[in-house]
Design a protein around this ligand. Structure first.
Ligand SMILES: C[S@@+](CC[C@H](N)C(=O)[O-])C[C@H]1O[C@@H](n2cnc3c(N)ncnc32)[C@H](O)[C@@H]1O
Length: 270
C-alpha cells in the first residue's frame, strides 16, 4: 500500500500524546483538551517546561544550521519530528543548501497528517509514520530508500525524543542501529531531559504526569547516561551542554542556560 493511501490511524484523543503536549507548550493549536489538561499539570509542577520547549526548538535550529553550513550535510533523518512548527528541519537546512533531503519520522498519526499537508511538494522531504523502537522498517522504508544515500554522510536527529524510550526498550540499541548504517563523517544530534540541580522535585513530578497519563512515560537521564548515546561518535564543540549553551547566537542570553534541564550535543561518526 502506498504511503498516500494509509488511513489516519487512531488519533488517541482519549489520552495525551507527547507530540500534542509539546505543541501546547510551544503555543500551537494542534492539541486536544486531554493534552492541554495534562500539559497544564506538567506546567504547574515545573513552569520552566515551556522555556525548555522553546530553547529546544532554538537548539534544533542552530544544530541543523551548523550541520548544513559547517559539516556539509545534505541529507537528514529527523526521528520524533513533532508537529510542524516554525523552523522545521528542511526549512533551516534548505536555507543553507537548497535541495537538502529530509526524512521525517514520527509514530503519532496526527504528525503524519499535518506533515503531509504542509511539506513541500518538490520531492525533497517525506514523512514516515513509524515507531523508532523498531528501526528496521524506518531504514527500509521506500521514502528513506528514495531520499537517503547511506554511502554518503547523513545526519540523524533525535531531538527531545529519546526520553520517551525506557531502558527496557533500549535507547542505546536503537541509536546504534542508525549509526551502523551511516557512512563515516555522518552526524548524530540529540537533546534529552536530565535531572536538574534546581527544581528536581518539579522535574520528577512533571515526568510522573507522562508516566501516569500520556501514551509514553518520560525518563530523566544523567549527563553520563545521555553522553553514552554517542558511542562511536566524537562530540563536536562545545560537547554535551544545557541546550541554550550550545553555540548560542547570543552568548550573553545563554548565560542563564543552566536552569534549562535539557542537554544537547552534536557529534561526528568516526
Ligand atoms: C517533544 S516532541 C519533539 C519534537 C521535535 N523533535 C523537537 O525537538 O522540536 C517528541 C516527538 O517524538 C515523537 N515520539 C515519541 N515516541 C516516539 C517513538 N517511539 N517513535 C517515533 N516517534 C516518537 C512524538 O510523537 C513527538 O512528536
Amino acid at each position: 500500500m502506498a504511503d498516500e493511501e494509509v488511513p489516519v490511524h487512531d488519533l488517541r484523543t482519549d489520552r495525551p500524546t507527547p507530540a500534542r503536549m509539546y505543541d501546547y507548550y510551544l503555543g500551537g493549536k494542534d492539541n486536544f483538551a486531554v493534552d492541554r489538561d495534562a500539559a497544564e499539570q506538567v506546567l504547574s509542577a515545573a513552569p520552566e517546561v515551556r522555556v525548555l520547549a522553546r530553547e529546544n526548538r532554538a537548539f534544533l535550529g542552530r544544530v541543523v544550521r551548523y550541520l548544513a553550513a559547517e559539516a556539509g550535510i545534505r541529507q537528514f533523518i529527523d526521528v520524533g519530528t513533532g508537529l510542524p512548527t516554525q523552523g522545521n528541519v528542511h526549512e533551516v537546512a534548505q536555507a543553507v543548501a537548497p535541495g537538502t533531503r529530509v526524512v521525517y519520522v514520527d509514530n503519532d498519526p496526527i504528525v503524519r497528517a499535518h506533515a503531509k499537508a504542509l511539506l513541500p511538494a518538490d520531492g525533497t522531504t517525506a514523512i514516515v509514520e513509524a515507531d523508532m523502537r523498531d528501526p528496521g522498517p524506518i531504514l527500509d522504508h521506500p521514502h528513506t530508500r528514495r531520499l537517503i544515500r547511506f554511502d554518503e554522510p547523513v545526519a540523524v536527529l533525535f531531538m527531545s525524543v529519546l526520553h520517551f524510550i525506557t531502558d527496557e526498550e533500549d535507547p542505546y540499541g536503537l541509536v546504534a542501529a542508525f549509526r551502523d548504517v551511516s557512512a563515516p563523517g555522518s552526524h548524530l544530534a540529540l537533546s534529552h531531559i536530565t535531572t536538574p540541580e534546581g527544581n528536581a522535585d518539579g522535574a520528577e513530578s512533571a515526568a510522573d504526569v507522562y508516566k501516569k497519563r500520556a501514551t509514553s512515560p518520560a525518563i530523566l537521564r544523567s549527563p553520563k547516561e545521555i553522553e553514552a548515546l554517542f558511542d562511536g561518535y566524537d562530540l563536536v564543540e562545545p560537547g554535551l551542554v544545557n541546550v541554550p549553551k550550545w553555540r548560542p547566537d547570543d552568548p550573553e542570553a545563554a548565560r542563564s542556560g543552566d536552569s534549562v534541564w535539557m542537554l544537547g550535543a552534536a557529534a561526528r561518526k568516526r
